[in-house]
Design a protein around this ligand. Structure first.
Ligand code: CO
Length: 208
């Protein structure tokens, strides 16, 4: 059997098992979604949002890109955030990076990775800005720390967005920064939760 046909066959098996434990599972799902979480993660195949968090279809609104970046001019991501926060009214936005992230690793090197150079350049800025701390670490610790700093940066990028700042005028939304450890399967909460703009330099606080 071709690899991709196997996926369709497995889908039939998934449906069979789901209906066995809950005969109305798909009827309920088809009615609509009310997820309470927006997940912004890396596209890496080893960090699927639902699987690592033990959640079901309908629980998490998901956006993934290389190195879980929150880029101000990314129309795709900004639309996802606008819908999740402004329409679905999720209470929590989670940025989840992962140790061993190839995107972060490439950004820490001088490698020319074609069009991806443009995507990961912001990570180089984070790297350069934190060099005083990073230079004290060995290679492995530096890589791990950069993954964490990259997540922190994206949490702050979210706080700088008009979408979040407008929503904060109306209600509470929390942003969280996590890192998934491929080696253990565990999620580490970096404790960089943000629910407003107090921590930002004044110039980022918009008159929304
Ligand atoms: Co990655």
């Amino acid at each position: 059997m071709k690899d991709y046909n196997k996926l369709i066959e497995q889908n039939a098996e998934v449906v069979r098992k789901k209906l066995e434990s809950n005969s109305s599972f798909y009827d309920e799902l088809a009615k609509g979604q009310q997820p309470n979480f927006l997940w912004i993660g890396c596209s890496d195949s080893r960090v699927p949002a639902n699987e690592v968090t033990g959640t079901e279809a309908g629980d998490i609104f998901v956006h993934r890109n290389i190195a879980n970046l929150v880029n101000n001019t990314d129309l795709n991501l900004m639309s996802v955030i606008a819908y999740a926060v402004g329409v679905l009214k999720v209470d929590h936005v989670i940025v989840c990076g992962h140790y061993g992230c190839g995107g972060v690793q490439a950004a820490m090197s001088n490698a020319d990775v074609g069009i991806i150079n443009k995507w990961i350049r912001d990570i180089k800025n984070t790297y350069a800005r934190n060099w005083d701390e990073l230079k004290e670490l060995d290679d492995k610790a530096r890589f791990n720390r950069m993954v964490e700093l990259n997540v922190e940066e994206q949490v702050n990028n979210l706080a700088k967005s008009t979408i979040l700042q407008k929503e904060w005028k109306e209600r509470s939304v929390e942003i969280h920064g996590w890192v998934y450890d491929l080696g253990s399967g565990r999620i580490k909460d970096l404790g960089v939760d943000v629910s407003g703009t107090d921590h930002l330099p004044d110039v980022f606080k918009l008159d929304v």
